[in-house]
Design a binder for this molecule. Structure first.
Ligand code: DHK
Length: 204
């Protein structure tokens, strides 16, 4: 069973649709939730919104154990919360930071994001449609990672990766996949069957 994608929304987004429609559009939070469900393919969606920093951190912790990917619109906490950054650092899957408005075109206090330090990607300025783009992108990324891991496991089990010791093989595949490379397909199979990870020191 595939783990769900968590879509976490920060403060004031419960007022979406009524809140500054010139900036945030007329779509409601329920509308953008449906956009995510429309684009999620065979991934389930855990869609949450809170005006509480502690509650958002609790959901990130939940996603660490139960989730495959995180889409987060931290709203104003983007620019204030090291606590949310620290929580996201513990998440091993892809993280997409999402903003309805283009924060870089707005007031200076919207320019420095703590979350961007740990995000796999940042989407800003596409309006409520950004939720569709983020969901389609993260589910594609997760599928790519799953097929890369399946390919690597097949290679490892087929014994073609002569450079990997069985014990190391399992650990390094896991480690490289999440920590070092973080890309969709982190490894290249060379002609002699050797698996050459990007720049993973563990592979040497
Ligand atoms: C939402 C907010 O609430 C603001 O604090 C951010 C973000 C922008 C958005 O564009 O989705 O600055």
């Amino acid at each position: 069973m595939k783990k769900p994608i968590y879509v976490i929304n920060g403060p004031n987004l419960n007022r979406l649709g009524k809140r500054e429609p010139a900036i945030y559009g007329k779509a409601t939070l329920a509308d953008v939730e449906q956009y995510c469900r429309d684009e999620a393919g065979d991934f389930a969606i855990e869609f949450r919104q809170s005006n509480s920093e502690a509650e958002i951190i609790g959901w990130i912790h939940e996603a660490i154990d139960e989730g495959s990917g995180i889409i987060i619109n931290p709203a104003a906490f983007t620019f204030t919360s090291i606590a949310i950054l620290d929580a996201l650092k513990m998440f091993e899957g892809p993280i997409i930071e999402l903003h309805i408005s283009n924060i870089h075109k707005r007031e200076a206090y919207y320019h420095h994001s703590y979350v961007s330090k740990v995000a796999t990607a940042v989407i800003a300025g596409l309006g409520p449609e950004g939720y569709r783009t983020a969901t389609a992108s993260i589910s594609k990324l997760l599928q790519q990672r799953a097929s890369a891991r399946a390919e690597l496991t097949a290679q490892a089990q087929s014994g073609r990766c002569r450079t990997w010791q069985p014990a190391i093989r399992t650990r390094d595949v896991q480690q490289c996949f999440y920590v070092v490379c973080g890309g969709a397909v982190p490894f290249v199979m060379s002609a002699n069957g050797m698996v050459r990870p990007c720049s993973c020191p563990a592979s040497n």
